[in-house]
Design a protein around this ligand. Structure first.
Ligand code: SF4
Length: 508
């Protein structure tokens, strides 16, 4: 952590970006209140010339060593831009020079440059849709955002695959996707902040049944609205929690309600069910998935080291993951995703290599490689001292190995996102065999269409196809709160949908 003093009173949105950049190097950095002792003294200058060129400089002094670093940046723009755009340009300029100064101070190199957002591919698509070609986008990402060529190569590859997977990506805003959250798991993993409540105790308290009753009503009401508007559904994603933590007959009833009520079920391009926890998978549940034609599931090892699984509270063994994968295969699941996490406690390169070697024996259709992130509400973050995790250089090497290994095995990256407090300022990348990409993962990450969220903790994102404006609605995370409020939530979502899609026009 570093306390930073600045040469003038900057607006709050500037302080936010300055803090974000500092946090890439030193966790929990803060801009000083006047009287506080400071670690870094930072002075910016910034101006926009008559020809719209933005010039920024930074003088950064490390108070302890008295070392001083100077950086400057010049960025040309073709037009004056709105007041908001001008402010964004100046903030980018200030971020750029601060990043360079901190790199000199620490000797760290930030491959994502000044990009601290969750969706770098969305930015790439934005430039593409504005008519820029690959070279122009590359140049802009380097000169304005200071991205490395390595990360731009990755973005390029992903965008190409996305456009191949969903050729109508730019017009898919005419359709919607659906997310359904089942908020139960056998136990809670240490890094988890999802709505995941222990199924056993919730069942005893009667919450599982009442939650499911509410969810059936949500499925029916939303299905009715979609039918009235003649809306097409692109993809459905059952997440949570773990949607296979409920009983097989409960799953069966939910899918029955879904298919009876959703319009044009035969045109839904993909239905995924997260069967993330291997300890929830049974032949009976797989038979239900097969009965409803659901073939995309996730069986998530996270790691192939038993001690790690114990340390993060997964309460299942490596062998169970392997057995359940083969069981799912035997039962006809032909699109299986597996998640791995880089940087789990006590794991370094050998453990990750072992996970890759085990993955090679199964070769699932897709492999999502996450980097551990310290989410504010997780057990792991609250007790951080208890967990030994890899340093940023080791984490980077593991991610590099993931890139190499997946390429060797014939996978291509097809979606990517980043998170706050992610180890090594890295990323999460979804890799898949050609033609096995998850459509849902692409549409949610690129925010190209409305996603209607049903069930616990489900966020709805209503995307205005013309303006790109996003309105959000969040269902409560806790089953108890959901049971009391789901009817109101249905009405609220339908109200927003009615405003956004006033008629059935253009959806024939
Ligand atoms: S299985 Fe997934 S949703 Fe459930 S507790 Fe673990 S990380 Fe959270």
């Amino acid at each position: 952590m570093k306390i930073i003093s600045l040469n003038e009173q900057y607006p709050q949105d500037w302080i936010r970006v300055i803090t974000h950049i500092a946090n890439l190097f030193f966790e929990n950095s803060k801009v000083a209140k006047k009287e506080k002792e400071v670690d870094l003294d930072v002075r910016f200058t910034y101006e926009t010339d008559a020809d719209f060129t933005v010039r920024t400089t930074c003088e950064l002094k490390d108070v302890a060593s008295q070392a001083v670093f100077y950086t400057n940046h010049t960025q040309a723009y073709e037009e004056e831009g709105t007041e908001r755009e001008q402010n964004i340009r100046l903030k980018r300029g200030v971020s750029y020079v601060l990043l360079e100064a901190l790199e000199q101070l620490t000797d760290m190199h930030q491959k994502w440059g000044i990009l601290t957002g969750i969706r770098p591919t969305k930015l790439y698509h934005k430039f593409r849709k504005a008519g820029m070609d690959k070279n122009e986008i590359r140049e802009k990402l380097i000169s304005e955002f200071r991205l490395s060529n390595e990360k731009i190569d990755l973005l390029e590859k992903i965008v190409d695959v996305q456009l191949k997977t969903i050729p109508d990506l730019d017009t898919i805003g005419n359709e919607v996707s659906i997310y359904i959250g089942i908020p139960f798991c056998p136990t809670k993993c240490a890094y988890c902040t999802f709505p995941a409540y222990a199924i056993q105790s919730n069942r005893k308290q009667g919450r599982v049944n009442t939650f499911l009753d509410g969810l059936h009503i949500e499925l029916e009401r939303m299905g009715q609205w979609l039918t009235e508007r003649n809306m097409r559904i692109t993809s459905v994603y059952w997440g949570g929690g773990t949607p296979t933590s409920i009983e097989a007959d409960e799953m069966d009833e939910l899918y029955d309600t879904m298919y009876k009520n959703f319009p044009h079920p035969e045109t839904i391009r993909e239905v995924t069910v997260e069967a993330g926890r291997p300890d929830t998978i049974t032949s009976e549940k797989l038979a239900v998935l097969r009965k409803w034609g659901i073939d995309r599931i996730s069986v998530n090892p996270q790691s192939y080291t038993d001690e790690t699984l114990k340390a993060i509270g997964r309460h299942h063994t490596v062998q169970e993951t392997i057995d359940k994968f083969w069981l799912a295969r035997k039962e006809g699941m032909n699109n299986i995703n597996m998640d791995l996490i880089i940087g789990l406690p006590n794991e370094g390169i050998p453990e990750f290599e072992h996970s890759l070697a085990e993955s090679a024996k199964m070769l699932p259709e897709s492999l999502t490689v996450h980097t551990l992130s310290f989410k504010r509400a997780s057990e792991m973050t609250h007790n951080r001292d208890k967990y030994q995790v890899a340093d940023r250089y080791t984490a980077e090497k593991m991610m590099q190995r993931a890139h190499e290994w997946t390429a060797e095995q014939g996978y291509t990256p097809y979606y990517l996102y980043r998170q706050k407090n992610i180890l090594g300022n890295l990323e999460n990348v979804g890799y898949s065999k050609p033609g096995e990409e998850s459509i849902y993962n692409i549409v949610i990450m690129e925010e190209v269409q409305t996603i209607i969220g049903l069930g616990c903790g489900a966020s709805s994102k209503f995307v205005d196809a013309k303006t790109g404006r996003i309105t959000q609605h969040h269902n409560p995370k806790e089953p108890a709160a959901y049971i009391l409020t789901y009817e109101e939530a249905i009405e609220k979502k339908i109200e927003i949908l009615n405003e956004m899609y006033p008629s059935t026009e253009n959806r024939e």
